[in-house]
Design a protein around this ligand. Structure first.
Ligand code: SF4
Length: 461
């Protein structure tokens, strides 16, 4: 509370400096839902300071890049963007360039920016996002580059302004960081140890969102199934989910991401017994090979995963199961690829994000022997992707002709006479506008499956 008050004071100070000026900001987000959520907070702070949003970097007086480091080459993309931003700044010297997010937790990246990108005004990391107003004020006053990177988390500060991307749906952080140390993943290093938000704070936030017009929330955490560790509340994720779903006025609840090793039977039953909880479970597999799962430090086996998936399908037959798969992990061989393909067929995924293994400096896998060549990696990726597409298309086809409750999310990007919505199973559906509004739920018949999305017709006028 003390900290939020302090930050609100800094917001006021910057607002005063900005008074009478017509200022615009541009927010550029890379990476996952967590970053999206963090950027909503950064945008909220900027708007309270008097900045107006623009989608164009060249039009902005302040650009904020929220970076991601999960994939290799992400830094090249950022440095390319910064090169272009430099040209804008040459034409508009008062422009402020700010960078934050996961990549800033990597020492070599910050070093490079500080030495070769002197025109960047503000650099901060993942643990002090809530200090943005203070840091920006410091930069404006000091008139020199400011860097503030913390190596661990200090406190959870949530009650600051935020601008939601959608008025009718919102992400809600329930925990931060991760303790799992999967051998390929940089998240525990850049987002710190796992810490859960207090249960009552989460409930209050969701109630507030509902009173502000939100009908769907997505509970966010790197591993939601281990929610509650270290809290005195003694509440599991399954219980939290149920309590959130019980909130009056809220129509749909999603969550992301579940680690298979921690997914409890209770969670399956809570989803099964509660219609408000979306029929969609994202259950990252990563590999179907026991040997690779051990090397990845995933703490489950192929058999254990398959048992879990079939239990979920048995209890909730209409649920969509989606996954993440890494191909080309060090030493991946023919048998490993076959094991992964076997799991894809047996689970019958409704969708999957397939990634080529990406070496991240500082992780255990980066120094493993047996890194694959580009060609081997590509070959494994192509086969896995082909299987995923085949299986998920067949799954989507099963639901052709069904009528499903659909949240209208926006006007179709290609055809303004159409809406685009999302069903509980997380597929997108396009249908003719017919007087309903964005943010409403409508019943839509899924006429035709076109890969992962449907073309449909609203039922009942
Ligand atoms: S569970 Fe594993 S892959 Fe997911 S964030 Fe944690 S360490 Fe990374």
């Amino acid at each position: 509370m003390e900290e939020s008050r302090l930050q609100l004071e800094y917001i006021e100070k910057v607002k005063k400096i900005n008074e009478g000026r017509d200022l615009k900001y541009c927010s550029v987000v890379f990476g996952c839902q967590m970053n999206e959520k963090d950027s909503e907070k950064l945008c909220g702070i900027l708007e309270k300071m008097g900045y107006e949003r623009t989608g164009l970097e060249e039009e902005a007086d302040l650009i904020i890049y929220n970076t991601c480091t999960v994939r290799e080459n992400a830094d090249k993309r950022l440095f390319g963007r910064l090169g272009v931003a430099k040209q804008y700044k040459e034409e508009k010297p008062d422009m402020l360039i700010c960078i934050c997010g996961c990549m800033m937790q990597e020492e070599h990246v910050v070093k490079k920016i500080r030495s070769s990108y002197r025109y960047v005004d503000l650099i901060f990391g993942t643990f002090n996002i809530y200090k943005f107003a203070e840091l920006l004020y410091t930069r404006i006053e000091a008139k020199e580059q400011i860097t503030d990177i913390w190596d661990s988390h200090r406190e959870i500060v949530e009650d600051l302004p935020a601008v939601r991307k959608y008025p009718f749906k919102s992400g809600v952080n329930i925990m931060y960081g991760c303790d799992n140390f999967c051998s390929y993943c940089i998240v525990p290093y850049v987002r710190g140890r796992e810490r859960s938000r207090r249960y009552s704070d989460i409930i209050d936030e969701v109630k507030y969102l509902v009173s502000d017009g939100v009908v769907e929330v997505m509970l966010l955490g790197q591993n939601v199934n281990s929610y509650g560790k270290g809290l005195s509340d003694n509440i599991s994720f399954a219980e939290l989910l149920k309590k959130v779903a019980d909130i009056d006025g809220l129509k749909r609840v999603r969550f992301m991401t579940s680690h298979p090793k921690d997914l409890s039977d209770d969670l399956i039953y809570v989803i099964r017994d509660n219609e408000k909880i979306a029929r969609h479970l994202h259950l990252p597999l990563q590999s179907g090979s026991d040997r690779l799962l051990r090397l990845m430090n995933r703490k489950y086996t192929k058999e254990g995963y398959l048992e879990l998936a079939s239990k979920i399908r048995r209890e909730i037959p209409d649920i969509a199961i989606t996954t993440d798969i890494i191909t080309g992990f060090p030493t991946e061989n023919e048998d490993d690829v076959k094991d992964t393909i076997d799991v894809i067929e047996k689970v019958g995924y409704d969708g999957a994000f397939t990634f080529e293994y990406s070496k991240r400096t500082g992780t255990a896998a980066a120094s493993m022997e047996g890194q694959l060549s580009k060609e081997e990696m590509q070959e494994h990726f192509d086969r896995v992707l082909k299987k995923v597409q085949e299986v998920s298309k067949a799954q989507a086809k099963r639901f052709e002709g069904y009528v499903m409750e659909t949240l209208i999310e926006g006007v179709n990007e290609k055809d303004p006479s159409m809406y685009t919505g999302r069903i509980s199973r997380n597929n997108v559906v396009h249908f003719k506008k017919d007087g309903h509004r964005i943010g409403e739920f409508v019943q839509v018949r899924l006429d035709e499956c076109a890969g992962f999305y449907y073309n449909g017709t609203v039922q009942g006028g």
